[in-house]
Ligand binder design. Sequence first.
Ligand SMILES: Cc1cc2nc3c(=O)[nH]c(=O)nc-3n(C[C@H](O)[C@H](O)[C@H](O)COP(=O)(O)OP(=O)(O)OC[C@H]3O[C@@H](n4cnc5c(N)ncnc54)[C@H](O)[C@@H]3O)c2cc1C
Length: 469
Amino acid sequence: MSTQPDLIVVGAGIAGLVVALEAATAGASVLVLESDDRTGGMLRRGRLAGVDVDLGAESFAKRTDAVPALVADFSLPLDIVSPRSGPAHLVAPRLGGRWSRLPLPRRTVIGIPADPLAADVVAIIGERAARRAAAEVTAAPVDPTASLADVVEERLGAGILHDLIDPLCRSIYSQPAAAVPLPRLHPKMWAALERTGSLLAAAAEVAPNAPGGTAVGGISGGMWRLADAVETLARERGALVRTGVAAQAVRPEGGRVSVRTDAGELHADRVVVASGPRAAAAVLGVPTAEIDEAATAPIQPAVRLLTAAVTAPDLAAEPVGSGVIVSPDARTAAKALTHIDAKWAWARDALPAGTHLVRLSARADEPAGLDSAGAVAREISALTGARVGRDDIGEIVTTRWRDAVVPAESDAWTATVMDAVTHGIHVTGAVAAGTGLASVIPHARALARELFAAHATPDAAASPVRKES
Ligand SMILES: Cc1cc2nc3c(=O)[nH]c(=O)nc-3n(C[C@H](O)[C@H](O)[C@H](O)COP(=O)(O)OP(=O)(O)OC[C@H]3O[C@@H](n4cnc5c(N)ncnc54)[C@H](O)[C@@H]3O)c2cc1C
């Protein structure tokens, strides 16, 4: 292994791979270290019913052009596609022990509606809550550190927070609305709110006119192909990628940066840490306790997914479109379901006739609720309304993501990262950019370009604190 590259990247998720590709393209010698035995991080390939599928991220938000631009700029051999099915649904308990399954409103941002009185919003939150939300309280200035829940409750009322915004926040960001401020979740919404002074006006400006309130795209054959293609090109351009090598500590040393790994010590002019949030804190020496203390509500860093091949004939009718998001009040083991072949034509075309792929995202507080084929069948049946028996369940793949949730920014974190950057140590990935490919990719690209533009003055590098695109 080369021990003196220009750049060492810690973590071969999409952020680290993009940095490696940009840096190698700029002519730098690059070494990427990946602790796992495979690359891609949360872009991971699995195989069910003979078809390659995503076990992590399966789409990208179109709020930025990050993915199409990356594909175009590097002529990556990938086809960008749109989902084919109708809107996802929201499942919530109703009086009498029944559940409602209603299409997610068309024009919302994390459930914040452009028009609270739109029929698809009223159907979910009711007339009264809709009228309250429409009478937004705009008097108070918005505190950027206040949680999304506090801002919404004060301005739009508790009803819409409970019935729409909190379930969507939990589903998209794996965190309750009480745990995280709006600027962290959605920088564009925050900027629009600051400019207009109104959540509703901001949503009207930012909301895509798309089913479910989110405009997403995908890659034919799965998002894992994006990491694969970026890595292939980075290697072709000279980057070395080493799997099974964990960085343990990254520290300044004699004008360079030392990376202590379980396979020895390495040095480089610059190091980019592109691991998950907790791993980044660990290698930079920020105590995890400091991170947890900064959270305004408990955070479960782990996410558990089950992807199952299902042969129930009722699913052919795609009863819930691309899937469901489940209200936290519903006593279900899953907080979300994706009907993969209803959502993506490439999956439907690749699957054997009569076989469907369904992905369940387990609730963090429900560790044992989906541990048998029978339980998975019952859950799918309850969430979709389709008849699904245990004999309809084929292969099941379980995936655990242990470092998937970005915690709130702590003082210790900010101080450490600001100090690190003056020594040639930089942070990218979801912990620096915010969750999601639409944020992670532009941040990684900007950082790599800035680093190499600033080659002559290594200290004048990218922004030290979290910067969201
Ligand atoms: C289940 C799930 C579904 C998602 N769905 C979507 C979606 O549909 N759309 C979307 O835009 N986003 C989605 N996301 C979020 C998105 O996947 C992430 O924001 C993004 O992939 C983060 O990329 P990253 O490179 O920052 O981190 P990661 O992908 O976590 O990569 C970090 C890498 O660093 C490695 N590493 C950790 N510690 C060390 C160490 N000490 N030394 C060396 N290597 C180390 C890890 O093994 C990993 O490979 C989803 C996330 C999950 C978990």
